[in-house]
Ligand binder design. Sequence first.
Ligand SMILES: C[S@@+](CC[C@H](N)C(=O)[O-])C[C@H]1O[C@@H](n2cnc3c(N)ncnc32)[C@H](O)[C@@H]1O
Length: 254
Amino acid sequence: MESNSTYSMEDKIEQTPVVIYPDINTNLPHEVTGTSFGLGILLGVSLGSLPFMHFKPFNLYIIALALFHFLEYYITAKYNPKKVNSQSFLINNGIEYTVAHTIAIFECLVEGWLFPRWKTYNHSAFRQIIVTLGLTLLIVGQLVRSLAMYTAGKSFSHIVKVEKENDHKLVTNGVYLYFRHPSYFGFFWWAMGTQLLLLNPITSVAFAYVLHGFFSKRIPFEERHLVDFFGDEYIKYRQSVKIWIPFINDDGNN
Ligand SMILES: C[S@@+](CC[C@H](N)C(=O)[O-])C[C@H]1O[C@@H](n2cnc3c(N)ncnc32)[C@H](O)[C@@H]1O
């Protein structure tokens, strides 16, 4: 039977927009599905057991961690597919990152065990304020970071570029209108939010110190290369948009 369609199969193929798919060799299906499955299990177990837990902030923290790592890969795969690879989950985000969260979990569990009245069964207004502040910071941080990755698209990369790529464009729109480094701003406040949420006094201070040290080196390094890539255009942008991370100089000379 003849098709009534005015277009032939060849026409249809020609009209199909070209989609750049991620390189499967750096996105091994068993690694990507395995990691997604693991994150899904973490999220599901934490969410499912939430109503039965005395210390709900711990479950919320695990949910935030699982969502963060899932979104790192998902947004890169969707809006920056050329650069996505199984490391884009950012689970191997450096030894400091792994150690920091391991210590945070340890502090939370030890304090819950040693000082249950202060940590787990404390229903004071002060505790509610800190938990709410932590939750708010981590939600705002996650939103700003995800929006930054979506807005920057192909110009975003988890590794700082030291050589300009052809499709690297200066991004100054969307969240970049209000924050000069929105993904760093988002990460900083997301991470601080996780520690306040856990009511962890020690790692709250330690996270602030370590994150400040990290960004006060990374931002000037990244900006030196951005000035090389985009010249006056970046210098003007740098003069007009602030970073909004505490104690990081806005003039680019940290
Ligand atoms: C991990 S991303 C972080 C981007 C940005 N610092 C932020 O916090 O949203 C690092 C890459 O983004 C690029 N980058 C940073 N700011 C940029 C901008 N305004 N426009 C285009 N590329 C930018 C850098 O060249 C670097 O390779």
